[in-house]
Design a protein around this ligand. Structure first.
Ligand code: ZN
Length: 231
């Protein structure tokens, strides 16, 4: 059952197009094609009614169809846009920069502060968990959150953003660790922390993206590394 989103004509399309063209330096961000007159506007989140600049990317028709076919992944497109937002190929004068947008790609949000934030099923863990469970230890809890987020990102690659059921993984874990429905995965007793993270790590390793990247690729930080990273 696919819900078709309706295409809305991009308001001030010419102006938007000019802006997007500037952003890519009149060159296809994926293949160096410069026949910009033939370029098409891609909706990054695949919602044709979301015409915010942050959701749009101008690119050549060949690369556009590669995205449609999945030869260029949504993650690649997303990363490309972020890179362009960080360093537009031709920088614009600061004064006329008044873009506000808040594009959503899957569970990620691109803001006009050029930062990506990933909305996790579980937000930053606050001290609302009783002593003796993982949620009580912020670092450990955040590491679990970090791994769950990574799993969902990898899953996004596999099934396409929009198709990831973000709550399902947490629910599966809860079941495995016998956590009641009114509680969260952070209610797992602290003694089972290693068991829990090992379980999530092995699930990440089994995803298609982990297999594509190969065994040499590091899919996540170990708990030790994570502790060092967050200081
Ligand atoms: Zn191209």
């Amino acid at each position: 059952m696919t819900e078709r989103k309706t295409r809305v004509r991009i308001p001030k399309e010419n102006k938007v197009r000019a802006e997007l063209q500037k952003e890519i330096g009149s060159t296809c961000p994926f293949c160096e094609n410069t026949e910009v007159g033939h370029f098409e506007i891609h909706h990054i989140d695949e919602d044709p009614s979301n015409n915010e600049t942050g959701n749009l990317l101008l690119l050549c028709p060949i690369c556009h169809s590669k995205i449609t076919k999945g030869d260029i992944s949504n993650i690649e497109v997303f990363k490309k846009k972020i890179a362009l937002l960080k360093e537009p190929i031709i920088s614009k004068p600061k004064a006329d920069k008044a873009i506000t947008f808040n594009a959503k790609v899957g569970n990620a949000v691109v803001g006009d502060n050029n930062k990506i934030s990933i909305n996790q099923p579980k937000k930053t863990v606050k001290q609302k968990y009783p002593e003796g469970c993982i949620g009580f230890d912020t670092v450990k809890a955040n590491y679990i959150g970090h791994l769950i987020k990574r799993y969902n990102e990898y899953k996004e690659y596999e099934v396409g953003k929009g198709n990831v059921k973000y709550g399902v993984f947490g629910a599966t874990l809860k079941k495995e660790f016998k956590i009641g429905p009114t509680r969260t995965i952070y209610n797992v007793p602290i003694e089972r922390f290693e068991e829990l993270y090992t379980c999530i790590q092995s699930r990440i390793d089994k995803t298609k993206l982990a297999k594509v990247k190969g065994v040499q690729h590091k899919n996540y930080s170990s708990f030790e590394e994570y502790v060092n990273e967050v200081g």
